[in-house]
Ligand binder design. Sequence first.
Ligand SMILES: C[S@@+](CC[C@H](N)C(=O)[O-])C[C@H]1O[C@@H](n2cnc3c(N)ncnc32)[C@H](O)[C@@H]1O
Length: 188
Amino acid sequence: MAFITIGLLVVVLCGLSLLLPAFFGPPLVPANVTRIRKALKLAQLKPDEVLYDLGAGDGRVLVIAAREFGARAVGVELGPLQCLIAWLRAALMGLGQRVQVRLGNFYNADLKNADVVYVYATSRETARLAPRLKGQLRPGARVVSISADFATWQPAAFDEQGLIFIYQMPPQMGSLETFLWQRSGAKP
Ligand SMILES: C[S@@+](CC[C@H](N)C(=O)[O-])C[C@H]1O[C@@H](n2cnc3c(N)ncnc32)[C@H](O)[C@@H]1O
């Protein structure tokens, strides 16, 4: 009964979050779970590594990272409702010890202990995030971006189908074009 009540509450809150972004923060546009799994695989997320999801939404990335990859996952999310949903999702799955949800702005997040940073944002947001990621992430850390690339960095890997970009820190200057040239063996 408690599960049904919590489930109904989450459904109602999800609906409200779509209808009333002014009250609950930006609207939630979650990634497809198959795409998330592919992205985390491509980023080579390992057990006990620390993954940050910048803009954690409903917490699905955090749960997949913790449950399927054995990672410790931290979500940073601007919307209080999304935070509540993400926290409930992790708690109901018994992942409270491995998942943290922080209410806050990802432009101010402390990312120094991240091994992998996952971002599903717009090109404008990735451009604004780039200096912070470059300044804070340690060598060897990976950034995995869904849909939008980091325009001045050359990806270490790229999945065309899922539009998934992987960057290794420190970032190599370049772009998706330089990566594709290199991959094809052609000279720029
Ligand atoms: C496209 S959704 C991605 C959700 C989840 N990461 C996924 O891949 O399914 C983007 C999320 O970022 C959040 N967001 C947008 N700007 C933010 C900011 N400056 N700081 C923290 N969260 C932000 C939104 O509230 C939204 O939940």
